[in-house]
Design a protein around this ligand. Structure first.
Ligand code: ADP
Length: 159
């Protein structure tokens, strides 16, 4: 029984994130999606909005839980008894960044392991920042995010 954490900004959640959650939940007993709350970052969606969207999306999956976190991710993992951090990898740039992050997290807590899952090729170009930009220009994002996220993005940019 190994619980895993899937941390990120999820601003907003995309089909790329969901694909990672869907696959990770079949490998680990529980997946805790941890939404970062960082007061130094400018998010499009508030922490509560991101949490609400994510909760609705993962509702059908009984072993997936959603949390907000404003502390170190390894401390949060320890607090809830999770041993693994799951990260999605789209390309070499992600790998380079995620590798450094995993080494840093390992130095903070040697008992927590990072596991990388390569993106499904269908989703390798999906990233939250690109989707925000596309939505702000009125582009069609319906194949990139769940319906509820598309609706929230359209609401944000309707003016
Ligand atoms: P960050 O704030 O680090 O950019 P995100 O919230 O965008 O994180 O994403 C959280 C995790 O999901 C990261 O490990 C990221 O690499 C992964 N991810 C994001 N988009 C995709 C995708 N299309 N396919 C696979 N993994 C993804």
């Amino acid at each position: 029984m190994i619980s895993a954490l899937f941390p990120g900004s999820f601003d907003p959640p995309t089909y790329g994130h969901l694909n990672i959650i869907e696959r990770a939940r079949l490998i680990f007993s529980e997946i805790h999606v941890v939404i970062a709350v960082n007061s130094a970052k400018n998010y499009l969606f508030s922490a509560q909005e991101r949490e609400q969207m994510m909760k609705k999306i993962v509702e059908p999956w009984d072993n997936v839980y959603v949390h907000l976190c404003d502390s170190l991710i390894v401390d949060f993992a320890k607090k809830i008894g999770a041993k693994v951090l799951v990260r999605g990898i789209r390309n070499m740039a992600d790998f380079s960044y995620e590798f450094d992050l995993s080494v840093m997290n390992k130095s903070l807590d040697s008992e927590i392991e990072t596991v990388f899952l390569p993106t499904d090729p269908k989703y390798f170009v999906l990233k939250s920042s690109g989707i925000r930009e596309l939505a702000s220009l009125g582009g069609d994002i319906s194949t990139m995010v769940p319906k509820i996220v598309a609706e929230e993005l359209n609401k944000k940019f309707k003016d």
